[in-house]
Design a protein around this ligand. Structure first.
Ligand code: SF4
Length: 394
């Protein structure tokens, strides 16, 4: 006789670091709308661009591991709509890898917002593969590693969860690399990592997280949130018995390799306001390229050195003891906020009053809910207060 599995006497809520924690930090109300039930499930809120970049980089690594074609790889992008009708392309052509990933995303109902967005995504993965992969791929020991661990629920057992006192934290690390004592000292990734890991003896692991985004300003909440995410990954990895120590986290901001006009305008503003940690050195060719550039529609983009583009793209995160403990307490604080918002919504039956509409201009422009959101970015003043009456949800 088949026996049913015994159910747990209480619920253990599961939070994904990207699908829940980062999405909630980005905009609590958008997170709630994308997550349909009254208690938060864990459906990731990710746009096409991010999934496309992650997918192509993963395919590229798998292809490189088996076939090891020399860099640079060609990128003959299939015009829209597919299929490709040009001459045969080699299997490591980035256009071929992109077709595979686009087909998977289309089957799941995910498409680029515009042809411009699609073109930029191709140019960026092409730059990431040809500029970063020759240094990164030889260091990789595992790709897309799933990790999880449990933490005490902040505030103690939760009656709505049947008295459960722990929550599960899950994540998918894009890449785990290994740095050994014999790592190539000329590798720019190794050089960047060694600036913060001088005290960690090799061999150690490095957690790599790709971001299909620009490097945030040091004033933006995202600056800290990305750091906490990688530090929490480091803690999760360290919970595996026999795990190698994690020496550093590496965030790779892919958009920095091919910055858009808006990205460059923001960089110039951040330099003036002293809000970036990575600027071109005064008097360098990159400095003049940026400052002499005129942001006119259809105009030429400045030409930067590869060294500057890589420096803007790579961010090394300290994953030593106390920063990791601080990150964990921040993550627990967010879990507490999500649980609190869910409970308040459950009690009052009101969504917009219990989940903050806190997206920034980039989030709101791409948001499906902007037409009935009570507090979109363009209707807030500098301190986040609405400047016109909210629209009643339809
Ligand atoms: S429009 Fe902006 S503030 Fe409103 S839900 Fe969407 S992202 Fe959040």
């Amino acid at each position: 006789m088949a026996l049913n599995n015994r159910e747990l006497p209480f619920k253990v809520p599961s939070y994904s670091l990207t699908g829940d924690i980062l999405s909630f930090q980005q905009c609590a109300l958008q997170y709630r709308y994308y997550n349909g039930s009254s208690l938060p499930p864990s459906r990731p809120v990710q746009l096409w661009t991010g999934e496309f970049a992650h997918g192509v980089l993963e395919e590229a690594y798998r292809h490189w591991k088996i076939n090891q074609p020399a860099f640079p790889w060609p990128c003959n992008q299939t015009p829209w709509p597919p299929p490709w009708t040009g001459p045969p392309r080699p299997s490591h052509d980035i256009g071929v890898l992109g077709d595979l990933v686009e087909a998977r995303l289309t089957a799941r109902g995910k498409n680029p917002r515009s042809s411009d967005a699609r073109d930029f995504a191709y140019r960026r993965v092409e730059a990431a593969i040809n500029m970063l992969a020759p240094h990164l791929f030889p260091l990789i020991t595992s790709a897309e590693r799933r990790i999880s661990g449990t933490r005490p629920i902040p505030g103690g057992p939760n009656a709505m969860r049947g008295g459960g006192d722990r929550f599960e934290l899950t994540g998918v690390v894009d890449v785990i690399s290994s740095v050994t004592a014999t790592a190539n000292p000329a590798n720019p990734l190794v050089q960047a990592i060694q600036q913060v890991t001088a005290l960690v003896p090799a061999p150690f692991e490095v957690i790599v997280d790709y971001k299909a985004a620009r490097r945030p300003s040091i004033q933006e909440p995202k600056w800290q949130q990305h750091e906490w995410q990688v530090q929490t990954y480091a803690w999760l990895c360290s919970q595996v018995p026999g795990a190698q120590p994690v020496g550093a986290g590496l965030l790779i901001y892919i958009n920095e390799l091919v910055p858009s006009r808006t990205d460059l305008e923001e960089l110039r503003r951040e330099i003036v306001n002293n809000e970036t940690d990575m600027r071109p050195s005064n008097g360098s060719s990159d400095y003049y390229a940026l400052h002499r550039w005129k942001p006119v529609a259809g105009g030429q983009f400045p030409t930067f050195s590869q060294q500057f583009l890589l420096a803007r793209s790579i961010r090394v995160v300290d994953v030593s003891g106390s920063p990791v403990q601080r990150a964990l307490s921040q993550i627990e604080h967010v879990v507490n906020q999500i649980e609190g918002s869910a409970i308040n919504e459950n009690t009052t039956g009101n969504i917009p009053q219990n989940w903050d509409a806190s997206g920034d201009d980039r989030d709101c422009v791409a948001c499906d809910f902007r037409h009935f959101c009570p507090n979109p970015f363009h209707r807030r003043n500098a301190v986040g207060v609405p400047i016109s009456p909210p629209i009643a949800p339809g």
